[in-house]
Design a protein around this ligand. Structure first.
Ligand SMILES: [Zn+2]
Ligand SMILES: [Zn+2]
Length: 281
């Protein structure tokens, strides 16, 4: 029975990843550009293709103003942390989501995402709180990543997902050390100049640099050594202005040199989907 994922888009214009088994599929995030692509039929997703949408946080590259239109098209519930719902009050696009919810509350189910895992069909989705706050008019008070695995926890296939975090906390390391595949951001090259108004990106509550991501990946492998099951890493959420794919790939490769296992590295793309990647390969 396959357990696989496909990064549909990743970057500051919009993020979304599909995770599926034979009988269950979830969509993690539905950022602006992705929602547009789904509603314009550029990304072909229809009713029955997905069982639930999980939202990491309130930023519009993860929760588009048209999020509810996508949920209505797919006829699925949205899982969102209650604090993220409160965060929607503070942004224009978030208020659009909330006003849509008031009108459509009878048809679109919004389910509360807490600390505990949720089981959707045969997949178990465990939320992990991440250190990420945003800046300017888009400050958010809660952000999460996920570990997606089989419903039966002892089955050893897991995908780790963390796209917005300023540093990697201990609890994320311990979860990711158990993962077969990891989608993690490699957001900016620290050798580039800090852009006006973007200082928050480089704080411990902003995003990960290519160096921090490389170090984190090495630490994740070293925690298990030869017992590490990590076989595929997707570097995601690359800044269009302060990074480039070659720099991100090279930083990850350099830090993992000589590690006990050598996971394949794939770069996520802002404008087109990656191929399906098997978690249980
Ligand atoms: Zn964010
Ligand atoms: Zn983001």
């Amino acid at each position: 029975m396959p357990f696989e994922f496909k990064v549909l888009r990743s970057g500051s214009e919009g993020n979304a990843t599909l995770v599926r088994s034979t009988s269950t599929a979830i969509l993690i995030d539905c950022g602006k550009l992705v929602a547009d692509a789904i509603l314009d039929r550029e990304i072909r997703l229809a009713k029955g293709d997905v069982d639930a949408i999980f939202v990491t946080h309130s930023h519009q590259d993860h929760a588009a103003a048209r999020l509810l239109d996508v949920a209505a098209l797919l006829n699925v519930p949205i899982f969102v942390h209650p604090t993220t719902l409160e965060d929607f009050e503070n942004t224009v696009h978030g208020r659009t989501i909330l006003s849509g919810l008031e009108k459509a509350s009878s048809t679109i189910k919004v389910k509360s995402l807490g600390e505990k895992a949720r089981v959707i069909g045969d997949l178990r989705v465990t939320p992990l709180e991440l250190p990420h706050r945003g800046g300017g008019t888009s400050v958010c008070s809660y952000c999460c990543g996920f570990v997606v695995g089989w419903k039966k926890y002892s089955t050893p296939y897991r995908l780790g997902y963390a796209t917005d975090l300023g540093h990697v906390p201990k609890h994320v390391f311990s979860h990711f050390a158990e993962c077969n595949c990891i989608v993690i951001e490699s957001n900016y090259d620290p050798n580039t100049d800090v852009k006006a108004g973007k200082g928050w990106v480089r704080t411990p509550y902003g995003h990960l640099s290519v160096v921090k991501t490389g170090k984190a990946l090495r630490h994740i492998i070293d925690m298990k050594g030869e017992d590490s099951r990590l076989h595929h890493v997707v570097l995601a959420h690359l800044s269009e202005t302060d990074n480039d794919p070659a720099t991100a790939r090279e930083a990850a490769r350099a830090h993992m040199k000589g590690a006990a296992v050598k996971p394949r590295i794939t770069l996520a793309n802002q404008w087109k989907a990656l191929s399906w990647i098997r978690v249980d390969a």
